[in-house]
Design a binder for this molecule. Structure first.
Ligand code: NAD
Ligand code: TYD
Length: 350
């Protein structure tokens, strides 16, 4: 079983990254965890409020696209593990502005890989990626690790490029790497531009809930803490150079998800039966909208004995409960107040 002393997490102030950082302090209690994040609109240090004074944790504000900065960071800390999550992550934004995605997801990843290869310390590079690199499924079939890449959005194309770069550095320079491609995550601290938190936020505030196209696109949902557990299983015992698919065995159409959240919120808020339906609005479809994603997790299940543990029912209930008890977090995000949290905690950044 592998263990580490100095861990760099990129994108640790984001949704999945913040769960990963919090859990890394428990999984590797002797390690120092450095969270490097640019704090884009998606980065929120309030996500890590509960652990910010932990002596094993530090935050560094910076951009993975800045090669000189990245090199200096590796000289200052001699990392033996990089868990790379920093990315532009939202498909709709990638349709509006692909360049930020190409920049961070491709060039930023290349900067990290190059720096690790040039560093005189042994360092494992773990790349967190998405199942969207495999493209879109029809009614049947599942993505396996050998499914051909067929990305269809600027987001998935940029993530596919980064996966290829990671494999190229493994083959060309012998860099030890691990890659995982995971399905759609949901849970606490997810930015309310993604389907599940957006729907929760809008129903709670009795605002219109936009459903793209016919609402029958399918995603395979995974509770974020299960994703993080899978990453730790791969980090500790995964075979170097390998790719592992991670999924929730929980395929749902978008309209199913919207309806389920609507029913739960109507119930919690004491609204009349089916009140939520008033807010469901079918809107123009997303261009190039992938129809269905579904993951075959046989490899990680057999090799590393990882399986999703949180059912969709339980995960959704927990998530809705979290957003209800953390209305402050949601209000700060929607009002933009979360942007000043860094300044309050750390002062002006030079
Ligand atoms: P997120 O958008 O919530 O967080 C991304 C983080 O990266 C933010 O904190 C942001 O500030 C930071 N960041 C962005 N550009 C940066 C840069 N140039 N330099 C440094 N930091 C930068 O994303 P997420 O949903 O937590 O996803 C994390 C990773 O997991 C991504 O690589 C994503 O592709 C992958 N992934 C996400 C999902 C999902 O459902 N959310 C599923 C599979 C894989
Ligand atoms: P999203 O959370 O953006 O994740 P991804 O596109 O990476 O799968 O979207 C999940 C699904 O929900 C996807 O099929 C698009 C759909 N969707 C809507 O119908 N309405 C919305 O407002 C959003 C954000 C997504």
């Amino acid at each position: 079983m592998r263990t580490f002393d100095k861990i760099l997490v990129t994108g640790g102030a984001g949704f999945i990254g913040s769960h990963l950082v919090r859990n890394a302090l428990v999984e590797f209690p002797n390690a120092e965890i450095i969270n490097l994040d640019k704090l884009t609109y998606a980065g929120n240090l309030e996500n890590l409020k509960d652990i910010e004074s932990n002596p094993k944790y530090s935050f560094v504000k910076g951009d993975i696209c800045d090669l000189e900065f990245v090199k200096q960071l590796f000289e200052d800390y001699h990392f033996d593990l990089v868990v790379h999550l920093a990315a532009e992550s939202h498909v709709d934004r990638s349709i509006e502005n692909p360049f930020a995605f190409l920049h961070t997801n491709i060039l930023g990843t290349a900067n990290l890989l190059h720096t690790v290869v040039k560093s005189d310390h042994d360092c494992l590079f773990y790349h967190v990626s998405t199942d969207e690199v495999y493209g879109s499924l029809g009614e049947t079939g599942l993505f396996t690790e050998s499914t051909s890449y067929d990305p269809r959005s600027p987001y998935s194309a940029s993530k596919a490029s980064s996966d290829h770069l990671v494999r190229a550095f493994y083959h060309t320079y012998g860099l030890p790497v691990l890659i995982s491609n995971c399905s759609n995550n949901y849970g606490p601290y997810q930015f309310p531009e993604k389907l599940i938190p957006l729907v929760i936020h809008n129903f709670l505030n009795q605002k219109s809930v936009p459903v793209y196209g016919d609402g029958l696109n399918v995603r395979d949902w995974l509770y974020v803490e299960d994703h993080v557990k899978a990453i730790f299983a791969i980090l500790k015992k995964g075979r170097i150079g390998e790719t592992y698919n991670i999924g929730g065995n929980a395929e749902r159409t978008n309209i199913d998800i919207v309806s389920r959240i609507g029913e739960i919120i109507d119930n919690i808020e004491g609204r009349t039966y089916n009140n939520y339906k008033e807010y469901v609005t079918f809107v123009k479809d997303r261009p190039g909208h992938d129809r269905r994603y579904a993951i075959d997790c046989t490899k990680i299940s057999k090799e590393l004995e990882w399986n999703p543990s949180v059912t969709m029912k339980k995960g959704l209930e927990q998530t809705i409960k979290w957003y209800l008890t953390n209305k402050n977090w949601l209000d700060n995000v929607t009002s933009g107040d979360y942007r000043s949290y860094y300044k309050k905690q750390y002062g002006d950044f030079k």
